[in-house]
Design a protein around this ligand. Structure first.
Ligand code: SF4
Ligand code: SF4
Length: 336
């Protein structure tokens, strides 16, 4: 189904975010993504439908959820079990749950309502040179809706950023969004099309075509985000090819994003298994520093005439902060 025809759902609104762009930000997470990355940091953002999110640590085993579930999807035997095949995401159990162990991820907001929530923090945005960041999932699955929201935010002078996997319909993106986004964090995961398909479930042809158009039309808004996932994207050949690619474009900022193991807990909360050994694949901070150094060196070597683009290791956020869905940037190279 064309995602533009679905009602956009939002699974989180994170106020006072510090890792999703300059200043203090409100980050809005859209549900639904055309990719299905093995290491996804926000697995609850992949499906477009509402999903039951169960956190056993909050459960007091009261049984209220079991008694209201119309589908018989819940059993309790020392702990709560959910039969995901029977669960339709109706949310009745979440409404009853006293400990908030059950919540539903995915809610529709009228554009005015969403803008109202974002504007609550306008003063913080102004003082910190912050703003709003749209993330997910993939916000560009809903260009028409997002365009409406962005127009209202720009009328109010709010700085706007987008985090995108790059898999979007260019014409809609250009018409509805491009002029109203100040900063675009564009994911580059793999340049090899086969590896990209293997890791994300989608080819990168459309992604790289969109990236090229943005370099040509909106270079100054663009920052590359490169997830560094041991066992997957962190393979030296892959990082080298991305570094050379970035180095071939003048003045293109980039940031390296490490894997966040919190994603494993979130996957389990929606009844999914994370890829085996993802946690074991996490890279120690020291190794990240080495990777960033090598990456910066390759980028600089590739650059001609505009030296100094990769600014070495800027470890804003190196003291790991737990901010829910935000993708933590332990090490940021040349952040805007
Ligand atoms: S969301 Fe609805 S169907 Fe699913 S477990 Fe809760 S009450 Fe049952
Ligand atoms: S209603 Fe909530 S707290 Fe009670 S058993 Fe169900 S999940 Fe646990």
């Amino acid at each position: 189904m064309n995602p533009e025809k679905r009602r956009p759902l939002i699974f989180d609104i994170h106020r006072y975010a510090l890792d999703d762009g300059p200043g203090i930000r409100t980050t809005v997470f859209f549900k639904g993504c055309p990719l299905n990355c093995i290491w996804c940091h926000n697995p609850e953002g992949i499906a477009s439908e509402p999903e039951l999110f169960h956190q056993p640590k909050n459960c007091i085993l009261c049984g209220d959820c079991l008694s209201v579930c119309p589908e018989g999807a819940i059993t309790i035997n020392g702990c709560v079990r959910i039969n995901r095949k029977l669960c339709n995401g109706c949310g009745l159990c979440a409404a009853e749950c006293p400990g908030k162990a059950m919540t539903i991820k995915g809610r529709y907001y009228e554009p005015e309502e969403l803008v109202g929530i974002i504007l609550k923090d306008k003063r913080f945005f102004e003082h910190s040179k912050g703003g709003v960041t749209f993330s997910g999932g993939e916000p560009t699955q809903h260009c028409l809706y997002l365009g409406q929201v962005l127009r209202k935010l720009k009328d109010n002078g709010v700085h706007t950023a987008l985090q995108t996997c790059g898999f979007f319909h260019w014409d809609l993106f250009e018409t509805e969004l491009l002029d109203m986004i100040d900063l675009i964090y564009f994911d580059i995961k793999c340049l090899d099309p086969d590896l990209h398909l293997q890791f994300t479930g989608q080819s990168n042809t459309n992604i790289l075509a969109n990236f090229s158009k943005l370099v040509y039309m909106a270079h100054s808004k663009l920052t590359c985000s490169i997830p560094v996932i041991s066992g997957f994207t962190a393979e030296l050949g892959n990082l080298k090819s991305i570094a050379e690619f970035i180095g071939s474009i003048d003045h293109l900022p980039y940031r390296l994003l490490p894997y966040h193991p919190g994603a494993i807990i979130k996957a389990s909360a929606i009844g999914k298994d994370a890829a085996p050994n993802l946690f074991a694949h996490s890279i120690a901070l020291e190794k990240y520093r080495d990777i960033v150094k090598i990456f910066d060196t390759i980028v600089k070597k590739k650059l001609t005439g505009f030296g100094g683009q990769g600014s070495g290791i800027g470890d804003r956020g190196a003291g790991i902060r737990d901010k829910g869905n935000s993708r933590k940037t332990l090490i940021t190279s040349h952040d805007k």
